[in-house]
Design a binder for this molecule. Structure first.
Ligand code: UDP
Ligand code: MG
Length: 262
């Protein structure tokens, strides 16, 4: 008889936000879940999949609910409306509270699931945060790349945090997630806050593959709103600029009133 003690496998929860992804979501989830399951034996971990539907208005939630019914260790949480990716990530992290480590990844295969194997190995060697870093931004348009680079330069100058080529594809130890969720931030900027917290971090470079399943879910307006949220969360400079502009305008109006009065 085998008398080896039964050791509980460490659990790694994979948080996958999704919004209006009916084209391709099942193929993508099949690829992600099958690939990660194939690593379980050698890594000695068990993966759980937390799909977060961020208020999709297409068939995403019903397709994924059905997928999870047939896929071991897969669950769907549905948000009441579209909160944006940051909100969806936060909901997934809360749901993953029993896991020993959490991976956050996009559902469109632009975050290659094969990188998770190295991420888990680095975590097992004692590193708290493993982040995937883009060495090539893939098929993004030249204007999008320029806008992103401008944002990261501005963000770096105002906050002192270098986010160039970073993305939300990360593995976090459970203690990092607990600390993240305990922060008193209302408007969270995931990649910025994780870097700001300063836990020991390793990086894995990767080339961003083409998106599987339609185009990006971000409009220029939503990207602009996210940039403003990120900048105001990390620096008081934008608020100071608005205050100075507001005060100057009030002063000009007062002066004009004074001149017209006399
Ligand atoms: N996403 C989300 N809520 C949103 C917008 C996007 O959960 O409001 C998800 C989306 O389904 C995908 C990930 O966030 O899994 C990244 O979105 P996308 O691929 O459109 O962004 P990009 O790769 O262009 O930065
Ligand atoms: Mg994408």
């Amino acid at each position: 008889m085998d008398n080896k003690p039964l050791t509980k496998l460490k659990s790694v929860a994979v948080v996958i936000p999704m919004y209006n992804e009916e084209i391709g979501i099942i193929e993508n989830l099949t690829q992600i879940t099958q690939m990660l399951r194939s690593y379980e034996k050698t890594l000695k971990v068990s993966f759980a999949f937390i799909c977060v539907d961020d208020g999709s208005r297409d068939l995403t939630p019903s397709l994924v609910r059905d997928f999870c019914r047939h896929t071991y260790g897969c669950e769907l949480i549905s948000l009441t409306r579209n909160f944006g990716k940051e909100g969806a990530i936060e909901a997934g992290l809360v749901q993953a509270n029993a896991a020993d480590a959490i991976v956050v990844m996009d559902c469109d295969l632009q975050h290659p699931p094969e990188l998770v194997e190295s991420m888990v190995k680095l975590w097992q060697s004692g590193i708290d945060v493993v982040e995937a870093v883009k060495i090539d931004r893939g098929v993004e348009t030249r204007s999008y790349k320029r806008m992103a680079s401008l944002f990261y330069q501005l963000f770096g100058k105002l906050s002192g945090i270098d986010l160039k080529d970073r993305c939300d594809f990360k593995l976090l130890d459970a203690k990092v997630v607990r600390a993240y969720l305990n922060l008193n931030e209302k408007n969270r900027f995931f990649r910025g806050l994780i870097q700001w917290m300063g836990y020991p971090t390793a990086q894995i470079p990767f080339v961003v593959p083409e998106r599987k399943g339609g185009g990006t879910r971000w409009s220029v307006f939503r990207l602009f709103r996210l940039s403003v949220t990120a900048l105001t969360a990390f620096s008081s400079a934008p608020l100071q600029i608005v205050t100075v502009l507001g005060s100057s305008l009030s002063l000009s109006v007062l002066c004009l009133g004074f001149i017209l009065w006399y």
